[in-house]
Design a protein around this ligand. Structure first.
Ligand SMILES: [Zn+2]
Length: 253
């Protein structure tokens, strides 16, 4: 399995527009972070997790010409705003399978009404085939994907376990039985917004405690704000098996 970090930033991305914060002005490419998304290449299938406002440039950067499915974690704009830009994939491949919670699908239907239109649809609009997911393992082709229910303050969010790999973003709290679904993962991705606590995201301390409990071989932090600090400095403060993810990082599992 190969995982590409397409974006590792929080909702505004880094640099934040107009910001003079030193991290926003950094020349280190690892301090430039697009909105969060990963591409999971598993058993010959390319599965995109979230399709945010930077989707187009993320696809171009990596020369991606085929996507087998899109999984959505939740409906917030930084995870969903790129849906219109699936058009080139739709023109080549036909309807793109989209997996999400019913609430998220309803939100997409409202915000991208023309994509879900069934009558007199504009010919240039893309189409998707929607698959509602509940908090139970589901199959895509020959793969089994396990959703993991987490809370982003009051918003329900799905993380996903793909065999030995799990990807969680926008977690603030997680129930014990959901944590049990993650036991034994070799590589874990989890969000860490900044050093200071936050009302709807794990801060660095929360994420490290969570990792310490699960003890994966390696863990990567994502959904990072500029106030976390410089990549280079924060990385040096982390335990041996914990890494700050950065845009365009590729890992194999
Ligand atoms: Zn987010």
């Amino acid at each position: 399995m190969e995982v590409i970090f397409l974006g590792t930033g929080t909702s505004q991305g880094i640099p934040v527009i107009g910001s003079k914060h030193p991290v926003c002005l950094s020349n280190d490419p690892r301090d430039k972070r697009l909105r969060v998304s990963v591409l999971v290449n598993w058993e010959g299938y390319s599965i995109l997790v979230d399709c945010g406002p930077d989707f187009r440039s993320q696809m171009l950067t990596h020369g991606i010409d085929h996507i087998d499915a899109i999984l959505y974690t939740h409906e917030h704009n930084d995870h969903t705003a790129g849906l219109d830009d699936i058009r080139p994939f739709f023109f080549r491949q036909g309807d793109i399978p989209v997996f999400a919670h019913k609430r998220v699908l309803n939100s997409l239907k409202k915000r991208f009404e023309y994509i879900f239109e069934t009558e007199n649809k504009y010919p240039g609009a893309p189409s998707v085939s929607i698959q509602e997911i509940i908090n139970e393992p589901f199959n895509f082709k020959s793969l089994t994907i396990v959703p993991v229910n987490v809370m982003h303050n009051r918003v329900q969010v799905f993380g996903f376990r793909f065999g030995d790999f799990a990807y969680l973003t926008d977690v603030k709290t997680i129930e014990k039985e959901e944590i049990e679904k993650l036991r034994g993962v070799k590589v874990l991705v989890v969000n860490a917004l900044r050093q200071e606590p936050h009302h709807s995201h794990f801060c660095l301390g929360d994420a490290l405690e969570f990792i310490e409990d699960l003890k994966p071989e390696r863990a990567y932090l994502t959904h990072i704000s500029h106030v976390m600090g410089f990549h280079e400095e924060v990385q040096q403060s982390l335990p041996e098996n914990v890494f700050l993810a950065y845009d365009n990082l590729k890992i194999t599992i």
